[in-house]
Design a protein around this ligand. Structure first.
Ligand SMILES: [Zn+2]
Length: 254
């Protein structure tokens, strides 16, 4: 199993052990807004931690961390161009497998500019992109996100995160991979399983998005267990909990 979206820097050492003993082999840890990301230096300090401290803490428990770097829409510094200039260099690190999480929160002009330029970098260098959608005005902002992706980036290289029933009808018409975030205040394992029953497993990945907000490190295994109990095939379970995200991020089997 792979947890396709976490924020390892906000979690205690013990969570990684819990995940590993529950059968999770790896996770994608994404850049976000753990501090007020006021300047280039703060963003770089955050990235350095994701690249060094957290993979080491996870590895000590047998959990492999893969990394996504980018400017989160709630973490735009006053000098985003300096971060973007450095991004191609940072992406060359072999542990970095995606640009993310990027996207829109309020849909402001600056958010749109920073998102679009990061999509271009990812597209030029051939990296997948992990795209955040907000809790508030989700349908409206998700449409705005899709407009920006359109013509900038190949949809099949994008994961649209934190999808819910409000946005699924629009998103299933696209080529994007869709992230089901199973989290105490977002979606229960049962709710995720209902969506998978309705829409199939080809286009979905499961994750906990565990952070300093209410989170469950066992979101993915709990959803897998629920799928087993409801008679989903091994193939379908493997797709959403492992195969789809490995294929997209080009993470090889252990
Ligand atoms: Zn996140």
């Amino acid at each position: 199993m792979i947890d396709s979206h976490i924020h390892a820097d906000t979690r205690p050492f013990e969570d990684f052990e819990l995940m590993a003993v529950s059968g999770i082999e790896g996770a994608l840890t994404c850049a976000h807004d753990p501090l007020e990301m006021t300047s280039f230096d703060v963003v770089m300090a955050h990235f350095r931690r994701l690249l060094t401290v957290d993979p080491e803490r996870a590895a000590r428990n047998g959990l492999k961390l893969h990394i996504a770097l980018g400017i989160h829409p709630r973490a735009i510094p006053h000098d985003p161009e300096r971060v973007i200039e450095k991004l191609p260099d940072l992406l060359r690190n072999p542990s970095v497998v995606a640009v993310g999480e990027v996207g829109l929160e309020s849909g402001s002009e600056i958010e749109m500019d920073v998102f679009k330029v990061q999509l271009k970098v990812a597209d030029e260098l051939g990296y997948p992109v992990i795209v955040h959608t907000p809790r508030r005005r989700k349908a409206e902002i998700t449409s705005q996100i899709m407009d920006l992706i359109d013509g900038t980036m190949d949809e099949s290289m994008v994961v649209i995160e934190h999808v819910n029933r409000d946005v699924l009808p629009e998103l299933v018409e696209t080529e994007c991979m869709l992230g089901l975030t199973v989290q105490p205040e977002k979606l229960t394992p049962e709710g995720a399983v209902e969506i998978l029953r309705e829409y199939g497993t080809d286009r979905f990945v499961l994750n906990s998005d565990m952070s300093s907000a209410p989170s469950d490190p066992l979101s993915v295994p709990r959803t897998v267990q629920r799928m087993k109990m409801e008679g989903f095939s091994r193939r379908d379970i493997r797709q959403v909990s492992d195969g789809n995200i490995r294929d997209l991020l080009k993470i090889s089997q252990i």
